[in-house]
Design a protein around this ligand. Structure first.
Ligand code: IVH
Length: 701
């Protein structure tokens, strides 16, 4: 680029694009481009800014560390800024990095530590006197969201550390919160069942989970944590490797994949070793982090504006393969959503053989201009479900057939509809479309719904194919049809006894699970629990309008409209009547217990600001009925300041001055016994515990 106005324009365009991508990534959890593309754009901008420093914009994305703070959680300043790492995709860059280190250390001997780069969410944890007192996200690098209640649900994270002679009294642990791959797969399978959009990758899943307001939900998502550094105000350990060993001794989870490397050749060996082996781990990784081991040498090398000079991240290129697109099939889900799936000539990719790739929806096919017979590129970067990222147009044959998106349901030939604002075409034939009916039955008998012993997804599918059952209500007619069942293949007396006992037992399954089992669009387990707890009987729920339901916490407008619509359909009303006749639980049993305990005994609280989930009176009641006291003013003796929106800055300053912990509504709730509605369901439906161990009153220090 020669003239400066062209450079200026390019800088402007790159800046805008990067700001946009940052917003999508950090605020909305959307990855519009691959990490590699993002890094290339950033590198181009950095290059231009170095060459033309006068043209650099004051607010350039190269000067920021990362995301912005979200408003729901209280924020806290990082005592040590949370920096990011310089990235590279090339081994030559690693050698150059090594040369810079060598020059910086003026010929002194040095060694490295190599670690896997976990693809999750950066987290800073504070331990005081051995107790976990705070968890803060990276945020913008200087301030982050306080998500203590949520990180406390991570089961592998010790809330109280093992004693160790060298354990600092006050330190921070930095590490990565992530969702293990099997948990991610299960979560997505569930979302697919519930007709909810799939999560793109485990990183998005982990970051979305950490932002949930309700830590009970967080606990159910089974997040994990790996520590990768320990920070103290003074120098406590001679080397990074000594700090990692200390973290392990204190009981913190450190991935045992890290190695000390004597030189850059050993670093490159490590990089090569894990290029393939990393796919055998139950955690998503996207590269290797290389750190100078000696902490004094780290200090000597120092920092640039946003990253350390003593460390670098090598990122593995997204794994891609080229293969033939043979066919597109169309799956019809439980809610009628039609998903195109690409059937490919099998090709090895990132540790597995890929035969299919999701095409998400019709837009995607158009966007890529796909034809049958095309040679396509399949990628499996952070994404676990492979996707088609492009077409090799040079290899397109004249015979390549344009893909015609079906206008009718591939299963029942009903004309497909595409509701406004939705990406999916849907088959509206809710009552007659076989895959929808079958998937609803499978959902009804599934583990988290009615969990009918002896009637698994396969058997109920077979019964459906044989015309024995069409809707959940038909299941309860099976006992009367024993003679028909006996004639079926692979159905001995014993399995029939089993099946009938399972059906009988399902009549004791609690109302929230029955409600979930009905398979109403968007009504997942949690929403079902909320609705059941609020309305207590199916009759009250059926009588409620969409508007009324939308006012129940955690039940949004879209969910409410879908639920109210479902309960207005005559065939659904009939199903419910038949379930009632059969004796299925359609109401919450027992009294709503008062949420009382002595959990907060001896603790004092000031409540300030506006809250989302409870009124201030409700919060006061909750605190008092659990043994706590409310006071009006902030003093050194105060246990907690419960902060809502619009709390005055003076209060915050005062609390910070007295070192009084500031907690959100969510964190307060996490101190209390399990939510009332969950307690009412009985043992079958008990939620995962919010906290794992430790004395409740001291968890926030
Ligand atoms: S060290 C000062 N080590 O990668 C640098 N980071 O930009 C501190 N990450 O979001 C980071 N695994 O959360 C380090 N073993 C590891 C890591 C790691 C993942 C993440 C980190 C940050 C990004 C680096």
């Amino acid at each position: 680029m020669s003239d400066s106005s062209a450079v200026q324009q390019r800088i402007q365009a790159l800046t805008e694009r990067l700001h946009h991508l940052n917003h999508q990534y950090y605020q909305l959890d959307i990855s519009e481009v691959s990490d590699q593309e993002f890094d290339q754009l950033l590198a181009e901008l950095q290059q231009l800014e170095t060459e033309y420093p006068d043209l650099a914009l004051p607010n350039s994305p190269t000067r920021r560390v990362g995301g912005t703070i979200t408003k729901q959680f209280p924020t806290a300043a990082h005592r040590f800024p949370m920096l990011s790492l310089g990235n590279t995709y090339s081994e030559d860059d690693l050698r150059e990095f090594d040369e810079r280190v060598q020059r910086g250390l003026e010929g002194a001997p040095y060694s490295y530590v190599c670690e896997l780069k976990i693809d999750g969410v950066a987290m800073s944890l504070r331990y005081e006197h051995g107790e976990l007192t705070q968890g803060v996200t990276r945020g913008d690098g200087t301030r982050g969201d306080v998500v203590t209640a949520n990180v406390r649900t991570i089961r592998t994270l010790p809330l109280a550390l093992r004693a160790g002679l060298d354990r600092p009294e006050d330190f921070e642990v930095r590490g990565e919160v992530f969702m293990p791959l099997p948990v991610f797969d299960e979560l997505n399978a569930e979302r697919e069942q519930n007709g909810e959009p799939l999560l793109a990758n485990p990183r998005n899943a982990a970051s979305g989970t950490l932002k949930l307001q309700n830590s009970t939900l967080v606990a159910a998502r089974k997040l994990r944590f790996y520590a990768y550094s320990l920070l103290t105000p003074g120098r406590h350990f001679p080397s990074h490797s000594a700090a990692l060993e200390a973290l392990t001794r204190y009981g913190l989870p450190v991935s045992d994949t890290w190695r000390r490397c004597a030189n850059i050749a050993e670093v490159l060996d490590f990089v090569h070793q894990w290029a393939k082996q990393r796919f055998e781990l139950p955690v998503a990784t996207d590269g290797i982090v290389i750190k100078v081991d000696d902490l004094r040498q780290q200090d000597q090398l120092g920092y640039t504006a946003k990253s350390p000079r003593w460390a670098i991240a090598y990122k593995y290129p997204a794994e891609a393969a080229r293969t033939r697109l043979n066919e597109v099939i169309y799956n019809v889900g439980r809610t009628g959503a039609v998903t195109p799936v690409a059937m490919l000539t099998p090709v090895p990719l990132a540790g597995t053989v890929v035969k299919r790739a999701t095409l998400h929806n019709a837009n995607q096919i158009e966007l890529l201009d796909l034809r049958l017979g095309d040679m396509v590129y399949v990628e499996k970067g952070g994404e676990i479900i492979p996707k088609i990222t492009g077409v090799d147009l040079s290899a397109r044959s004249a015979e390549a057939i344009p893909i015609e998106y079906p206008t009718v349901c591939p299963a029942c030939s009903t004309a497909l509809v595409r509701p406004e604002g939705e990406a999916h075409f849907r088959c509206p034939n809710e009552r007659g479309c076989p895959p929808q009916l079958k998937a609803r039955l499978e959902h009804y008998v599934s583990r988290k719904a009615l969990n009918i012993d002896g009637l698994g997804a396969e058997t109920v599918g077979r019964f459906f194919d044989l015309g024995l059952v069409n809707t959940p209500a038909d299941i309860y007619d099976l006992p009367a049809r024993r003679t028909e069942l006996v004639t079926l293949e692979r159905m001995g007396q014993k399995s029939i006894d089993n099946l009938l006992a399972g059906i009988e037992a399902s009549k004791q399954v609690t109302f929230p699970r029955v409600l979930f089992g009905l398979g109403i669009r968007y009504v997942g387990e949690t929403v079902a629990q909320k609705l059941a707890a609020h309305y207590r009987t199916i009759d009250a729920l059926m009588a409620a309008s969409a508007e009324e339901m939308a006012a129940v916490p955690e039940v949004g407008g879209v969910i409410a409209v879908a639920a109210a619509h479902w309960f207005r359909q005559p065939e659904n009303i009939e199903i419910i009547e038949r379930l009632r006749q059969a004796g299925v639980q359609l109401a919450v049993t027992g009294e709503a217990p008062v949420p009382a305990s002595d959990r907060l005994a001896g603790l004092t609280f000031v409540i300030s600001g506006v809250f989302e989930q409870h009124s201030r009176d409700e919060l006061q009641q909750l605190i008092i009925s659990n043994g706590g006291k409310i006071t009006g003013s902030i003093s050194k003796k105060l246990s907690y300041l419960v902060a809502g929106d619009n709390m005055g800055p003076a209060k915050r300053e005062k609390a910070l001055g007295f070192k009084v912990p500031i907690v959100s509504e969510t964190e307060l709730m996490a101190l209390l016994p399990a939510p009332v509605e969950a307690a009412a369901e009985g043992p079958l439906d008990a939620p995962e515990p919010v906290v794992n161990t430790g004395s409740q009153g001291q968890l926030f220090g």
